[in-house]
Design a protein around this ligand. Structure first.
Ligand SMILES: NC(=O)C1=CN([C@@H]2O[C@H](COP(=O)(O)OP(=O)(O)OC[C@H]3O[C@@H](n4cnc5c(N)ncnc54)[C@H](OP(=O)(O)O)[C@@H]3O)[C@@H](O)[C@H]2O)C=CC1
Ligand SMILES: O=C(O)C(=O)[C@@H](O)[C@H](O)C(=O)CO
Length: 275
């Protein structure tokens, strides 16, 4: 029998978060981001992942407002950038992001990267915003186990989400287990390896299931219980990437994809970044 997957996961505080969202990194502010977000909402997406660093929060907000989809049905994530961290700076950065978006509350507010010496103060500001009802959920991004342990030793409200680089060449099994044990929802960025999908196994599975390599990879994330946010500005691909709820990868194929792991990052190492 086909494994059916709900369209949302329940976060630690009971808030429902869509399992699939549209990522908008390097999607230009203005027409490009408005078109992409509009196409995604029309295709059934109900989650958009932006960040103050992406420079397109205003376009995301306009596209959501103009879509005709009720605000409460759309889950919008944004993130505090590295040079905005610290308690007071983060509260200010949030006001700017909220004004850019123009959507009232923010659904999920994340610390973008674990800036040493600052992320605990930054997180205190996120707790404050959560308690004030300005954000429906809070969490982190690019946190390794040691960052999470350090933060959880100091915070009052457990992070609800950890958004990290994850894909078939970087499977993050230990971190995934750790987050599952803690009830922290893992969310994968760069899920499609930036479009580098021409691996022989993905081509083979594409033929076997009658699905594209991108759909095979997105389905692998979903069957692992990971929330994912593939990016595209191409309408046909935006629709394609949402066509992942009508088939199921067999357990042995899930394992074969797991075995592609090379611990290979396309992005920065959270223990060694400088931006
Ligand atoms: N928290 C963090 O630090 C980070 C978060 N992110 C988030 O994660 C999102 C996704 O990651 P991202 O780095 O954008 O990379 P992805 O792995 O999502 O890949 C995006 C690339 O793949 C292409 N693509 C999309 N769909 C398909 C398809 N069906 N077939 C072939 N190619 C396809 C896109 O092209 P095209 O657009 O031309 O269609 C684009 O070039 C970001 O947009 C951002 O929201 C990303 C990096 C870091
Ligand atoms: O896209 C993001 O959210 C990121 O944080 C990264 O792309 C990061 O900015 C980076 O890779 C810088 O080179």
């Amino acid at each position: 029998m086909k494994m059916s997957i709900d369209s949302t996961v329940e976060l630690l505080n009971g808030v429902a978060m869509p399992r699939l969202g549209l990522g908008v990194w390097r999607t230009q502010e203005g027409e490009e981001v408005e078109r992409a977000v509009g196409a995604a909402l029309q295709a059934g997406y109900r989650s958009i992942d932006t960040a103050s660093m992406y420079g397109n929060e205003a376009g995301v907000g306009r596209a959501v407002r103009d879509s005709g989809v009720p605000r409460e049905q759309v889950f919008v994530t944004t993130k505090v950038w590295n040079d905005q961290q610290g308690y007071d700076n983060t509260l200010r950065a949030f006001e700017q992001s909220a004004a850019n978006l123009g959507l009232g509350h923010v659904d999920l507010y994340l610390i973008h990267w674990p800036v040493k010496g600052k992320y605990k103060d930054t997180y205190r500001a996120l707790e404050e915003l959560y308690e004030q009802g300005r954000v429906r959920a809070i969490g982190v991004s690019n946190f390794l186990e040691h960052h999470l342990e350090d933060l959880m030793g100091a915070c009052r409200i457990k992070p609800m989400v950890n958004q990290v680089e994850m894909h078939p060449l970087l499977t993050r099994k230990k971190l995934l287990m750790f987050c599952r044990k803690e009830g922290i929802q893992l969310e994968s960025w760069r899920p499609l390896m930036q479009g580098n999908l021409d691996l022989p196994l993905l081509q083979e599975l594409s033929r076997k299931y009658g699905k594209t390599p991108a759909q095979i990879v997105i389905r692998w994330h979903l069957q692992l219980g990971v929330v994912t946010i593939p990016k595209s500005v191409t309408e046909s691909r935006i629709r394609e990437n949402a066509g992942v709820f009508d088939f199921e990868l067999e357990p042995e194929d899930m394992n074969r994809i797991d075995e592609l792991n090379e611990n290979r990052r396309f992005g920065a190492d959270p223990d060694n970044f400088d931006f």
